[in-house]
Design a protein around this ligand. Sequence first.
Ligand code: SF4
Length: 336
Amino acid sequence: MRKESSLYARLVEGVVECGICQRRCVVPESGRGWCRTRVNDGGRLYSEIYGEVSSVSVNPIEKKPVFHFHPGSRWLSLGSVGCNFRCPGCQNWDIAHWTIGPSGTTYMAPEEAVSKAKKAGALGISWTFNEPTLWFEYTFDSARLAKARGLRTNYVTNGFMTEEALGMIAPFLDVYRVDIKGFSEAAYERIGNVRNFRGILETARKAKELGMHVEVVTNVTPGINDDERELRGIASWIRDALGPGTPWHVTRFHPHLELGHLPPTPVSLLEKARVMGKEEGLWYVYLGNVPGHPGENTWCHACGELLIERDLFVIRTCRIRGSRCPKCGTAIPGEF
Ligand code: SF4
């Protein structure tokens, strides 16, 4: 469904500038933005994917991955089509790399999404699968309604939204699960087709300042973002900007699409990344996409007590009591 964009500026002669993501596309009349989901019609900018759902499922929050926000809770996950990145190894390329034309989506009003989440006994709604920023108007309406109906809300994002967009949705967003894909222009250009990655960092910092629960994911890709400088750069930035208690997930890359020629990330490299994260002062560094690895578990940062045992997306045991370690009583960052 078409809906007028919430954030854009009218320039001259029918040209508009989009304010949803950091590309800030300048779109002439009848033109489209970089993501192809926004069109200038008569000097007004419209999203063409309002309520258009490509993917829907109910699954544990661990799948996002989010480990420090109600472990084991189930969430309604919704996605649409399009992206403002073009990651050559995208796992969801069939929806994310959509351009124009038949999209195979079904319309779901915000009220319907909220009712579905309630009926499924979900704790909340995650906007995921493709970049939720492009779905801004729909996720904003849905998040506001979801909060009013007692649900929690989660953006699984590449973090390339503008501060204005973040500021608008912030009162209705609980969790900000953001990718930090690298720590150099070169890595970001190769992974996401994006140059100014510093803006992504600033928006994540803002999300934290605005009170959201933030977790960071880095998909460690051989030869692109796997060197020590990149990994230590990300870890030390998280420590300084988001705090040492911010969970960092270093996940295993699997060869796919245009990166099908690369090997999967060696588990030993992820283990080294975890050590680097800890050396840089992070309390919680997790391995991802390595089922059964002890790096999926949570240990108290103060006394080392095993708090949560996981097996991929399943919580085997959770010993946290009242958000505290049962052994030493230290408060564990997050919401439990
Ligand atoms: S959402 Fe981003 S990529 Fe899409 S039109 Fe707006 S600025 Fe461009």
